[in-house]
Design a protein around this ligand. Structure first.
Ligand code: BGC
Length: 576
Protein backbone atom coordinates (compact mmCIF):
# COMPACT_ATOMS: atom_id res chain seq x y z
CA UNK A 1 0.00 0.00 0.00
CA UNK A 2 2.85 2.29 -0.94
CA UNK A 3 0.48 4.86 -2.37
CA UNK A 4 -1.24 5.31 0.94
CA UNK A 5 1.99 5.53 2.86
CA UNK A 6 3.27 8.21 0.56
CA UNK A 7 -0.04 10.02 0.40
CA UNK A 8 -0.49 10.04 4.10
CA UNK A 9 3.11 10.98 4.66
CA UNK A 10 2.81 14.24 2.86
CA UNK A 11 -0.22 16.07 4.01
CA UNK A 12 -0.11 19.27 5.96
CA UNK A 13 -2.89 21.71 6.55
CA UNK A 14 -1.59 25.14 7.04
CA UNK A 15 -3.23 28.39 7.95
CA UNK A 16 -1.77 31.78 7.24
CA UNK A 17 -2.48 34.57 9.67
CA UNK A 18 -1.10 36.78 12.39
CA UNK A 19 2.29 36.82 14.02
CA UNK A 20 2.81 34.65 17.09
CA UNK A 21 6.20 35.97 18.02
CA UNK A 22 7.50 34.40 21.19
CA UNK A 23 4.21 34.41 23.03
CA UNK A 24 2.56 31.23 24.24
CA UNK A 25 -0.27 29.74 22.24
CA UNK A 26 -2.81 30.73 24.86
CA UNK A 27 -1.89 34.39 24.61
CA UNK A 28 -2.43 34.08 20.87
CA UNK A 29 -6.03 33.01 20.98
CA UNK A 30 -7.63 32.84 17.55
CA UNK A 31 -10.94 31.52 16.31
CA UNK A 32 -9.32 28.96 14.03
CA UNK A 33 -7.50 27.42 16.97
CA UNK A 34 -10.68 27.29 19.03
CA UNK A 35 -13.02 26.02 16.33
CA UNK A 36 -13.73 22.55 15.02
CA UNK A 37 -13.53 21.78 11.29
CA UNK A 38 -16.07 19.55 9.60
CA UNK A 39 -14.80 18.03 6.35
CA UNK A 40 -17.37 17.25 3.68
CA UNK A 41 -16.73 15.06 0.66
CA UNK A 42 -19.40 16.73 -1.48
CA UNK A 43 -19.81 13.81 -3.85
CA UNK A 44 -21.04 11.71 -0.95
CA UNK A 45 -22.91 14.10 1.31
CA UNK A 46 -26.39 14.65 -0.10
CA UNK A 47 -27.77 14.36 -3.61
CA UNK A 48 -30.77 16.54 -4.46
CA UNK A 49 -31.24 15.84 -8.18
CA UNK A 50 -31.28 12.06 -8.18
CA UNK A 51 -28.12 11.51 -10.25
CA UNK A 52 -26.53 9.57 -7.41
CA UNK A 53 -23.86 12.22 -6.85
CA UNK A 54 -23.93 14.62 -3.93
CA UNK A 55 -24.27 18.30 -4.82
CA UNK A 56 -24.05 21.80 -3.39
CA UNK A 57 -27.81 22.05 -2.97
CA UNK A 58 -27.47 18.93 -0.82
CA UNK A 59 -24.99 20.65 1.46
CA UNK A 60 -27.32 23.66 1.61
CA UNK A 61 -30.20 21.36 2.60
CA UNK A 62 -28.09 20.07 5.49
CA UNK A 63 -26.79 23.37 6.81
CA UNK A 64 -28.85 23.18 9.96
CA UNK A 65 -27.53 19.71 10.63
CA UNK A 66 -23.97 21.00 10.23
CA UNK A 67 -24.74 23.87 12.58
CA UNK A 68 -26.24 21.46 15.12
CA UNK A 69 -22.89 19.70 15.38
CA UNK A 70 -21.35 22.84 16.89
CA UNK A 71 -18.56 22.99 14.31
CA UNK A 72 -17.34 26.38 13.18
CA UNK A 73 -15.60 25.68 9.87
CA UNK A 74 -16.46 23.57 6.88
CA UNK A 75 -13.87 22.28 4.43
CA UNK A 76 -15.29 20.97 1.17
CA UNK A 77 -13.20 18.79 -1.12
CA UNK A 78 -12.79 20.36 -4.60
CA UNK A 79 -15.95 21.58 -6.29
CA UNK A 80 -14.49 23.04 -9.51
CA UNK A 81 -15.14 21.84 -13.07
CA UNK A 82 -13.38 18.55 -13.47
CA UNK A 83 -13.42 15.44 -15.65
CA UNK A 84 -13.23 13.59 -12.33
CA UNK A 85 -10.29 11.32 -12.97
CA UNK A 86 -9.53 11.83 -9.26
CA UNK A 87 -12.94 13.03 -8.06
CA UNK A 88 -12.31 16.74 -8.50
CA UNK A 89 -8.58 16.77 -7.70
CA UNK A 90 -8.09 17.22 -11.45
CA UNK A 91 -9.39 20.68 -12.24
CA UNK A 92 -10.23 21.81 -15.76
CA UNK A 93 -11.58 25.26 -14.83
CA UNK A 94 -10.73 26.94 -11.55
CA UNK A 95 -13.45 29.56 -11.86
CA UNK A 96 -16.42 27.27 -12.38
CA UNK A 97 -18.39 24.69 -10.44
CA UNK A 98 -18.39 21.00 -11.41
CA UNK A 99 -21.61 20.40 -13.30
CA UNK A 100 -22.54 17.39 -11.14
CA UNK A 101 -22.30 19.64 -8.07
CA UNK A 102 -24.42 22.52 -9.41
CA UNK A 103 -23.85 26.12 -10.37
CA UNK A 104 -22.09 29.23 -9.16
CA UNK A 105 -25.43 30.45 -7.82
CA UNK A 106 -25.61 27.32 -5.69
CA UNK A 107 -22.12 28.07 -4.43
CA UNK A 108 -23.05 31.65 -3.55
CA UNK A 109 -26.12 30.43 -1.66
CA UNK A 110 -24.08 27.86 0.19
CA UNK A 111 -21.53 30.44 1.27
CA UNK A 112 -24.28 32.79 2.37
CA UNK A 113 -26.02 30.01 4.30
CA UNK A 114 -22.82 29.09 6.11
CA UNK A 115 -22.04 32.68 7.00
CA UNK A 116 -25.57 33.26 8.27
CA UNK A 117 -24.90 30.40 10.65
CA UNK A 118 -21.53 31.81 11.66
CA UNK A 119 -19.63 29.00 9.98
CA UNK A 120 -16.48 29.70 7.95
CA UNK A 121 -15.79 28.12 4.59
CA UNK A 122 -12.50 26.54 3.53
CA UNK A 123 -11.96 26.08 -0.21
CA UNK A 124 -9.75 23.24 -1.46
CA UNK A 125 -7.20 24.62 -3.95
CA UNK A 126 -5.47 22.04 -6.12
CA UNK A 127 -2.52 23.77 -7.77
CA UNK A 128 0.36 21.35 -7.69
CA UNK A 129 -1.30 20.03 -10.83
CA UNK A 130 -4.29 20.72 -13.06
CA UNK A 131 -6.35 18.40 -15.21
CA UNK A 132 -4.92 17.49 -18.60
CA UNK A 133 -8.25 18.86 -19.84
CA UNK A 134 -7.50 22.34 -18.54
CA UNK A 135 -7.06 24.86 -21.35
CA UNK A 136 -3.52 25.61 -20.11
CA UNK A 137 -2.48 22.02 -20.68
CA UNK A 138 -4.27 21.75 -24.00
CA UNK A 139 -2.27 24.75 -25.17
CA UNK A 140 0.91 23.57 -23.53
CA UNK A 141 0.94 20.20 -25.23
CA UNK A 142 -0.01 21.63 -28.64
CA UNK A 143 3.45 22.86 -29.62
CA UNK A 144 6.85 23.47 -28.11
CA UNK A 145 6.63 27.20 -28.70
CA UNK A 146 3.11 27.71 -27.38
CA UNK A 147 3.03 30.51 -24.76
CA UNK A 148 1.63 28.00 -22.25
CA UNK A 149 4.39 25.44 -22.88
CA UNK A 150 6.23 26.48 -19.76
CA UNK A 151 3.18 26.08 -17.53
CA UNK A 152 4.08 22.41 -17.10
CA UNK A 153 7.25 20.31 -16.81
CA UNK A 154 8.33 18.94 -20.18
CA UNK A 155 11.30 16.72 -20.98
CA UNK A 156 12.20 16.69 -24.71
CA UNK A 157 12.57 13.11 -25.95
CA UNK A 158 15.81 13.90 -27.79
CA UNK A 159 17.44 14.19 -24.35
CA UNK A 160 16.63 10.51 -23.81
CA UNK A 161 14.32 8.98 -21.23
CA UNK A 162 13.80 11.34 -18.28
CA UNK A 163 15.23 10.34 -14.88
CA UNK A 164 12.83 8.09 -12.98
CA UNK A 165 10.14 9.72 -10.92
CA UNK A 166 7.42 7.81 -9.10
CA UNK A 167 3.76 8.56 -9.78
CA UNK A 168 1.20 7.81 -7.12
CA UNK A 169 -1.67 6.91 -9.41
CA UNK A 170 0.07 5.71 -12.57
CA UNK A 171 -0.56 2.07 -13.52
CA UNK A 172 3.18 1.72 -14.12
CA UNK A 173 4.23 4.00 -11.30
CA UNK A 174 5.98 6.23 -13.85
CA UNK A 175 5.56 10.00 -13.41
CA UNK A 176 6.72 10.85 -16.95
CA UNK A 177 4.19 10.38 -19.73
CA UNK A 178 5.34 10.47 -23.33
CA UNK A 179 3.28 12.77 -25.53
CA UNK A 180 3.77 12.23 -29.25
CA UNK A 181 2.33 15.62 -30.28
CA UNK A 182 5.59 17.35 -29.39
CA UNK A 183 7.81 14.30 -28.86
CA UNK A 184 8.28 15.07 -25.19
CA UNK A 185 7.42 13.72 -21.74
CA UNK A 186 5.35 15.61 -19.18
CA UNK A 187 5.54 15.17 -15.44
CA UNK A 188 2.62 13.93 -13.33
CA UNK A 189 3.24 13.01 -9.69
CA UNK A 190 -0.37 11.86 -9.54
CA UNK A 191 -2.30 10.34 -12.48
CA UNK A 192 -1.55 10.90 -16.16
CA UNK A 193 -4.57 13.16 -16.17
CA UNK A 194 -3.01 15.40 -13.50
CA UNK A 195 0.05 17.08 -15.06
CA UNK A 196 2.20 19.00 -12.56
CA UNK A 197 2.15 22.77 -12.93
CA UNK A 198 5.49 24.50 -13.19
CA UNK A 199 5.59 26.78 -10.17
CA UNK A 200 9.00 28.02 -11.22
CA UNK A 201 7.21 29.99 -13.95
CA UNK A 202 6.06 33.35 -12.45
CA UNK A 203 3.09 33.43 -14.84
CA UNK A 204 1.78 30.19 -13.33
CA UNK A 205 2.10 31.63 -9.87
CA UNK A 206 0.27 34.79 -10.87
CA UNK A 207 -2.54 32.72 -12.41
CA UNK A 208 -2.94 30.87 -9.12
CA UNK A 209 -2.97 34.06 -7.04
CA UNK A 210 -5.61 35.50 -9.37
CA UNK A 211 -7.73 32.39 -8.94
CA UNK A 212 -7.40 32.60 -5.18
CA UNK A 213 -8.38 36.28 -5.29
CA UNK A 214 -11.40 35.40 -7.39
CA UNK A 215 -12.66 33.13 -4.58
CA UNK A 216 -11.54 35.47 -1.81
CA UNK A 217 -13.56 38.23 -3.49
CA UNK A 218 -16.55 35.94 -3.33
CA UNK A 219 -16.07 35.70 0.41
CA UNK A 220 -14.42 32.37 1.16
CA UNK A 221 -12.68 32.38 4.53
CA UNK A 222 -9.85 29.99 3.94
CA UNK A 223 -7.96 27.88 1.46
CA UNK A 224 -6.62 24.37 1.70
CA UNK A 225 -3.65 24.04 -0.65
CA UNK A 226 -3.63 20.47 -1.89
CA UNK A 227 -0.31 18.60 -2.11
CA UNK A 228 1.44 21.93 -1.99
CA UNK A 229 4.79 20.78 -0.69
CA UNK A 230 5.28 19.12 -4.07
CA UNK A 231 4.91 22.44 -5.91
CA UNK A 232 8.57 23.42 -5.56
CA UNK A 233 10.78 20.91 -7.32
CA UNK A 234 14.35 20.53 -8.44
CA UNK A 235 13.57 21.16 -12.09
CA UNK A 236 16.92 19.78 -13.26
CA UNK A 237 15.44 16.41 -12.30
CA UNK A 238 18.68 14.80 -11.15
CA UNK A 239 18.93 11.02 -10.96
CA UNK A 240 17.64 10.04 -7.51
CA UNK A 241 20.32 8.75 -5.14
CA UNK A 242 20.24 5.22 -3.74
CA UNK A 243 17.95 5.10 -0.71
CA UNK A 244 15.91 8.14 -1.72
CA UNK A 245 12.77 6.16 -0.82
CA UNK A 246 13.52 6.77 2.84
CA UNK A 247 12.93 10.47 2.34
CA UNK A 248 10.57 10.77 -0.58
CA UNK A 249 9.44 14.27 0.33
CA UNK A 250 12.98 15.65 0.27
CA UNK A 251 13.50 14.45 -3.30
CA UNK A 252 10.02 15.10 -4.64
CA UNK A 253 9.08 18.38 -3.07
CA UNK A 254 10.02 20.91 -0.40
CA UNK A 255 12.28 22.53 -3.00
CA UNK A 256 14.34 25.55 -1.99
CA UNK A 257 11.82 27.93 -3.55
CA UNK A 258 8.81 26.69 -1.61
CA UNK A 259 9.16 29.34 1.07
CA UNK A 260 9.55 32.16 -1.41
CA UNK A 261 6.38 30.98 -3.20
CA UNK A 262 4.50 30.93 0.09
CA UNK A 263 5.73 34.37 1.06
CA UNK A 264 4.70 35.64 -2.35
CA UNK A 265 1.28 34.04 -1.95
CA UNK A 266 0.96 35.66 1.46
CA UNK A 267 1.80 39.06 0.00
CA UNK A 268 -0.41 38.64 -3.05
CA UNK A 269 -3.43 37.04 -1.46
CA UNK A 270 -3.64 36.37 2.27
CA UNK A 271 -2.44 39.75 3.41
CA UNK A 272 -5.13 41.45 1.31
CA UNK A 273 -8.14 39.60 2.68
CA UNK A 274 -9.51 38.43 5.94
CA UNK A 275 -8.77 34.83 5.03
CA UNK A 276 -6.69 32.02 6.32
CA UNK A 277 -4.83 29.60 4.09
CA UNK A 278 -4.86 25.87 4.48
CA UNK A 279 -2.27 23.84 2.67
CA UNK A 280 -0.47 20.55 2.62
CA UNK A 281 3.15 19.69 3.18
CA UNK A 282 4.74 18.98 6.55
CA UNK A 283 8.07 18.07 5.01
CA UNK A 284 9.91 15.25 6.65
CA UNK A 285 11.06 16.74 9.93
CA UNK A 286 9.73 18.93 12.71
CA UNK A 287 12.10 21.61 11.41
CA UNK A 288 10.42 21.42 8.00
CA UNK A 289 7.00 21.70 9.57
CA UNK A 290 8.03 24.68 11.69
CA UNK A 291 9.65 26.31 8.70
CA UNK A 292 6.28 26.26 6.99
CA UNK A 293 3.88 27.11 9.75
CA UNK A 294 5.51 29.31 12.37
CA UNK A 295 3.50 32.47 12.32
CA UNK A 296 6.44 34.86 12.51
CA UNK A 297 7.41 33.71 8.99
CA UNK A 298 4.23 35.08 7.39
CA UNK A 299 3.78 31.94 5.37
CA UNK A 300 1.40 29.35 6.77
CA UNK A 301 0.09 28.38 10.15
CA UNK A 302 -1.24 24.98 10.94
CA UNK A 303 0.58 21.69 10.52
CA UNK A 304 -1.48 18.76 9.35
CA UNK A 305 1.03 15.96 9.82
CA UNK A 306 0.18 12.47 8.75
CA UNK A 307 2.45 10.53 11.01
CA UNK A 308 -0.47 9.76 13.30
CA UNK A 309 -2.47 8.36 10.43
CA UNK A 310 0.49 6.40 9.08
CA UNK A 311 0.36 4.37 12.26
CA UNK A 312 -1.48 1.18 11.46
CA UNK A 313 -1.46 1.52 7.69
CA UNK A 314 -1.25 -2.23 7.29
CA UNK A 315 -3.32 -5.29 7.95
CA UNK A 316 -1.32 -5.78 11.17
CA UNK A 317 -3.17 -2.77 12.58
CA UNK A 318 -1.46 -0.47 15.04
CA UNK A 319 0.32 -0.62 18.36
CA UNK A 320 -1.08 1.81 20.93
CA UNK A 321 2.41 2.55 22.22
CA UNK A 322 3.50 3.83 18.83
CA UNK A 323 0.30 5.86 18.45
CA UNK A 324 0.92 7.55 21.81
CA UNK A 325 4.56 8.21 20.95
CA UNK A 326 3.67 9.90 17.68
CA UNK A 327 1.01 12.19 19.14
CA UNK A 328 3.16 13.01 22.13
CA UNK A 329 6.27 13.91 20.16
CA UNK A 330 4.32 16.15 17.77
CA UNK A 331 2.60 17.87 20.65
CA UNK A 332 5.95 18.51 22.37
CA UNK A 333 7.49 19.84 19.18
CA UNK A 334 4.64 22.33 18.80
CA UNK A 335 4.06 23.16 22.46
CA UNK A 336 5.59 26.62 22.25
CA UNK A 337 5.36 27.58 18.60
CA UNK A 338 3.26 26.60 15.62
CA UNK A 339 -0.10 24.88 15.71
CA UNK A 340 -1.27 21.36 14.86
CA UNK A 341 -4.37 19.80 13.35
CA UNK A 342 -5.82 16.77 15.11
CA UNK A 343 -7.67 14.22 13.03
CA UNK A 344 -7.97 10.50 12.49
CA UNK A 345 -9.52 10.37 9.04
CA UNK A 346 -10.16 12.17 5.80
CA UNK A 347 -11.05 11.31 2.20
CA UNK A 348 -7.73 9.54 1.57
CA UNK A 349 -7.89 6.92 4.29
CA UNK A 350 -10.22 4.33 5.82
CA UNK A 351 -12.96 5.14 8.30
CA UNK A 352 -11.74 6.15 11.73
CA UNK A 353 -13.88 3.60 13.59
CA UNK A 354 -12.61 0.73 11.43
CA UNK A 355 -8.97 1.70 11.53
CA UNK A 356 -8.36 3.03 15.03
CA UNK A 357 -11.44 1.74 16.82
CA UNK A 358 -13.38 -1.46 16.45
CA UNK A 359 -16.21 -1.67 13.93
CA UNK A 360 -17.73 -4.91 15.23
CA UNK A 361 -21.34 -4.34 16.31
CA UNK A 362 -20.56 -4.60 20.03
CA UNK A 363 -17.69 -2.15 20.12
CA UNK A 364 -18.36 0.28 17.28
CA UNK A 365 -20.25 2.82 19.36
CA UNK A 366 -17.95 2.82 22.35
CA UNK A 367 -14.83 2.96 20.21
CA UNK A 368 -16.19 5.78 18.03
CA UNK A 369 -17.00 7.84 21.10
CA UNK A 370 -13.59 7.05 22.53
CA UNK A 371 -11.85 8.27 19.34
CA UNK A 372 -13.91 11.44 19.20
CA UNK A 373 -13.07 12.04 22.85
CA UNK A 374 -9.42 11.79 21.85
CA UNK A 375 -9.62 14.17 18.88
CA UNK A 376 -11.65 16.73 20.79
CA UNK A 377 -9.51 16.72 23.94
CA UNK A 378 -6.10 17.10 22.29
CA UNK A 379 -4.22 20.33 21.71
CA UNK A 380 -4.62 21.54 18.12
CA UNK A 381 -7.57 22.17 15.82
CA UNK A 382 -9.79 19.09 15.58
CA UNK A 383 -11.17 17.85 12.26
CA UNK A 384 -14.21 15.66 11.91
CA UNK A 385 -14.61 13.84 8.61
CA UNK A 386 -18.28 13.60 7.60
CA UNK A 387 -19.92 10.50 9.04
CA UNK A 388 -17.33 10.00 11.77
CA UNK A 389 -19.65 11.80 14.15
CA UNK A 390 -22.01 8.84 13.57
CA UNK A 391 -19.40 6.12 13.68
CA UNK A 392 -19.67 5.20 10.01
CA UNK A 393 -17.49 2.22 9.08
CA UNK A 394 -15.46 0.81 6.18
CA UNK A 395 -17.54 -0.76 3.43
CA UNK A 396 -14.89 -3.40 2.72
CA UNK A 397 -15.17 -4.29 -0.96
CA UNK A 398 -14.08 -7.77 -2.07
CA UNK A 399 -13.72 -7.30 -5.80
CA UNK A 400 -11.77 -4.72 -7.79
CA UNK A 401 -14.87 -4.10 -9.89
CA UNK A 402 -16.52 -2.46 -6.86
CA UNK A 403 -13.91 0.29 -6.55
CA UNK A 404 -14.22 3.76 -8.06
CA UNK A 405 -10.97 5.24 -6.80
CA UNK A 406 -8.24 5.77 -9.38
CA UNK A 407 -5.61 4.90 -6.78
CA UNK A 408 -7.19 1.49 -6.17
CA UNK A 409 -7.88 0.71 -9.81
CA UNK A 410 -4.49 1.74 -11.19
CA UNK A 411 -2.75 0.14 -8.24
CA UNK A 412 -4.47 -3.11 -9.15
CA UNK A 413 -3.29 -2.83 -12.77
CA UNK A 414 0.23 -2.35 -11.51
CA UNK A 415 0.07 -5.43 -9.29
CA UNK A 416 -1.17 -7.50 -12.23
CA UNK A 417 1.48 -6.11 -14.61
CA UNK A 418 4.32 -6.73 -12.21
CA UNK A 419 3.10 -10.20 -11.21
CA UNK A 420 2.43 -9.08 -7.64
CA UNK A 421 0.26 -10.81 -5.06
CA UNK A 422 -3.30 -9.90 -6.08
CA UNK A 423 -4.92 -11.58 -3.09
CA UNK A 424 -2.73 -9.64 -0.73
CA UNK A 425 -3.40 -6.40 -2.61
CA UNK A 426 -7.17 -6.88 -2.46
CA UNK A 427 -7.01 -7.71 1.24
CA UNK A 428 -5.10 -4.49 1.87
CA UNK A 429 -7.50 -2.47 -0.24
CA UNK A 430 -10.47 -3.91 1.57
CA UNK A 431 -9.16 -2.41 4.76
CA UNK A 432 -7.19 0.63 3.61
CA UNK A 433 -8.84 1.82 0.39
CA UNK A 434 -9.90 5.44 0.07
CA UNK A 435 -13.36 4.33 -1.11
CA UNK A 436 -13.98 3.01 2.42
CA UNK A 437 -14.18 6.59 3.58
CA UNK A 438 -16.18 7.91 0.63
CA UNK A 439 -19.45 5.99 0.84
CA UNK A 440 -22.63 8.08 1.01
CA UNK A 441 -23.55 9.87 4.20
CA UNK A 442 -26.13 7.89 6.14
CA UNK A 443 -29.03 10.24 6.84
CA UNK A 444 -31.89 7.90 7.69
CA UNK A 445 -33.21 4.35 7.33
CA UNK A 446 -34.95 4.97 4.01
CA UNK A 447 -33.63 3.52 0.77
CA UNK A 448 -30.06 4.58 0.00
CA UNK A 449 -29.88 6.01 3.50
CA UNK A 450 -31.68 9.16 2.35
CA UNK A 451 -28.61 10.14 0.34
CA UNK A 452 -30.22 9.93 -3.11
CA UNK A 453 -33.38 8.93 -4.87
CA UNK A 454 -31.23 7.47 -7.65
CA UNK A 455 -28.37 5.00 -7.71
CA UNK A 456 -25.49 6.25 -5.58
CA UNK A 457 -22.10 6.60 -7.30
CA UNK A 458 -20.64 4.40 -4.55
CA UNK A 459 -22.84 1.95 -2.64
CA UNK A 460 -24.31 2.88 0.71
CA UNK A 461 -22.92 0.80 3.57
CA UNK A 462 -25.31 -2.02 4.55
CA UNK A 463 -25.32 -0.87 8.15
CA UNK A 464 -27.18 2.37 7.31
CA UNK A 465 -30.43 1.31 8.99
CA UNK A 466 -28.73 1.38 12.36
CA UNK A 467 -26.05 3.97 11.77
CA UNK A 468 -27.71 7.14 10.54
CA UNK A 469 -28.47 10.70 11.56
CA UNK A 470 -32.21 10.20 12.16
CA UNK A 471 -31.74 7.24 14.50
CA UNK A 472 -28.80 8.77 16.31
CA UNK A 473 -30.49 12.11 16.79
CA UNK A 474 -33.22 10.41 18.81
CA UNK A 475 -30.84 8.44 21.01
CA UNK A 476 -29.24 10.55 23.73
CA UNK A 477 -26.48 7.96 24.08
CA UNK A 478 -25.62 7.84 20.37
CA UNK A 479 -22.23 8.57 18.84
CA UNK A 480 -23.74 11.68 17.29
CA UNK A 481 -24.91 13.09 20.60
CA UNK A 482 -21.63 12.20 22.23
CA UNK A 483 -19.82 14.09 19.47
CA UNK A 484 -21.97 17.18 20.02
CA UNK A 485 -21.35 17.04 23.78
CA UNK A 486 -17.61 16.78 23.25
CA UNK A 487 -17.62 19.76 20.87
CA UNK A 488 -19.51 21.76 23.49
CA UNK A 489 -17.19 20.64 26.28
CA UNK A 490 -14.22 21.82 24.25
CA UNK A 491 -15.91 25.13 23.53
CA UNK A 492 -16.66 25.67 27.21
CA UNK A 493 -13.16 24.79 28.41
CA UNK A 494 -10.17 26.46 26.73
CA UNK A 495 -7.96 24.00 28.61
CA UNK A 496 -8.74 21.46 25.87
CA UNK A 497 -7.62 23.88 23.18
CA UNK A 498 -4.59 25.51 24.76
CA UNK A 499 -3.74 23.48 27.86
CA UNK A 500 -0.41 21.76 28.40
CA UNK A 501 -0.52 18.09 27.44
CA UNK A 502 1.26 15.48 29.55
CA UNK A 503 1.34 11.81 28.66
CA UNK A 504 0.75 9.34 31.50
CA UNK A 505 1.28 5.57 31.52
CA UNK A 506 3.44 5.62 28.35
CA UNK A 507 4.04 1.87 28.46
CA UNK A 508 0.44 0.79 29.03
CA UNK A 509 -0.67 -1.22 26.04
CA UNK A 510 -4.43 -0.68 26.50
CA UNK A 511 -4.83 2.76 28.00
CA UNK A 512 -3.97 6.14 26.53
CA UNK A 513 -4.01 8.57 29.45
CA UNK A 514 -2.98 12.21 29.57
CA UNK A 515 -3.67 15.43 31.36
CA UNK A 516 -4.44 18.86 29.98
CA UNK A 517 -3.63 21.79 32.20
CA UNK A 518 -4.24 25.53 31.97
CA UNK A 519 -4.25 28.32 34.53
CA UNK A 520 -4.43 25.93 37.49
CA UNK A 521 -7.18 23.82 35.97
CA UNK A 522 -6.30 20.21 35.23
CA UNK A 523 -8.19 17.55 33.30
CA UNK A 524 -7.49 13.82 33.24
CA UNK A 525 -8.38 12.00 30.03
CA UNK A 526 -8.41 8.20 30.02
CA UNK A 527 -9.07 6.15 26.90
CA UNK A 528 -9.15 2.38 26.72
CA UNK A 529 -8.10 1.51 23.18
CA UNK A 530 -8.74 -2.21 23.67
CA UNK A 531 -11.71 -4.62 23.63
CA UNK A 532 -10.81 -5.83 27.14
CA UNK A 533 -11.31 -4.33 30.57
CA UNK A 534 -8.22 -2.39 31.63
CA UNK A 535 -7.39 -1.85 35.28
CA UNK A 536 -5.01 0.77 36.55
CA UNK A 537 -4.40 2.97 39.55
CA UNK A 538 -5.37 6.63 39.03
CA UNK A 539 -2.24 7.85 37.27
CA UNK A 540 -2.10 11.25 39.00
CA UNK A 541 -1.63 12.28 42.62
CA UNK A 542 -4.56 14.68 42.68
CA UNK A 543 -8.06 13.51 43.49
CA UNK A 544 -10.84 13.31 40.98
CA UNK A 545 -13.30 16.18 41.30
CA UNK A 546 -15.92 15.98 38.59
CA UNK A 547 -16.70 13.56 35.79
CA UNK A 548 -17.13 15.73 32.69
CA UNK A 549 -17.50 13.09 30.00
CA UNK A 550 -17.98 9.34 29.90
CA UNK A 551 -19.00 7.02 27.08
CA UNK A 552 -20.38 4.44 29.56
CA UNK A 553 -22.94 4.82 32.34
CA UNK A 554 -20.41 4.38 35.14
CA UNK A 555 -16.78 4.62 36.03
CA UNK A 556 -15.59 1.72 38.18
CA UNK A 557 -13.35 3.07 40.87
CA UNK A 558 -12.28 1.39 44.11
CA UNK A 559 -9.43 2.44 46.36
CA UNK A 560 -8.02 4.63 43.60
CA UNK A 561 -8.07 1.73 41.17
CA UNK A 562 -9.95 2.35 37.93
CA UNK A 563 -11.40 -0.39 35.74
CA UNK A 564 -12.06 0.82 32.25
CA UNK A 565 -14.61 -1.05 30.17
CA UNK A 566 -13.70 -1.98 26.59
CA UNK A 567 -13.13 1.28 24.68
CA UNK A 568 -14.26 3.30 27.66
CA UNK A 569 -13.31 6.98 27.53
CA UNK A 570 -13.79 9.50 30.29
CA UNK A 571 -12.64 12.92 31.33
CA UNK A 572 -12.30 14.03 34.93
CA UNK A 573 -11.66 17.45 36.23
CA UNK A 574 -9.02 17.09 38.97
CA UNK A 575 -9.13 18.73 42.39
CA UNK A 576 -6.63 21.51 42.92
C1 BGC B 1 -5.70 14.74 -2.07
C2 BGC B 1 -6.02 13.46 -2.74
C3 BGC B 1 -5.71 13.62 -4.20
C4 BGC B 1 -4.27 14.07 -4.41
C5 BGC B 1 -4.05 14.54 -5.79
C6 BGC B 1 -4.22 14.92 -2.24
O1 BGC B 1 -3.74 15.90 -1.49
O2 BGC B 1 -6.05 14.75 -0.71
O3 BGC B 1 -7.35 13.08 -2.55
O4 BGC B 1 -5.90 12.40 -4.84
O5 BGC B 1 -3.96 15.15 -3.59
O6 BGC B 1 -4.65 15.78 -5.98
Amino acid sequence: MKIFLILTGVFLLIFSCADQGKKTSYEDRTWWKEGVIYQIYPRSFKDTDGDGIGDLKGVIEKLDYIKSLGVSMVWLNPIYSSPNADNGYDISDYRNIMKEFGTMDDFDSLLKGLHERDIKFVMDVVVNHSSDEHEWFKQSRSSRDNPYRDYYHWWPAEKGTPPYRYSLFDPKGDAWKYDSITNAYYLHYFSQKQPDLKWENPRVRQEVYDIMKFWADKGVDGFRLDAFQYAAKDTTFPVLPVGYEKNVIKYYGMGPNLHSYLKEMYEEVFSKYDVFAVSEGAGSTFEDAHSLVDADRNELQMAYHFEGMDVGNSLDRFQLKEFKEVYTKWDSAFAKKGWLSVFLANHDVPRMASKFGNDSPIFREASTKMLNTFILSMRGTPYCYYGDELGMTNIGFDSISQYQDIAAINGYKKVIDTGGDVTQYLASLKFLSRDNGRTPMQWDASEQAGFTTGTPWLPVNDNYKKINVAVENEDPESCLNHFKKMVQLRKDNPVFVYGKYTLLLPEHDQIYAYTRELDGEKMLIMLNFSPEVATVEIPVKKDLEELLMNNYQNVFLKDRVLSLEPYQAFIYKLKN
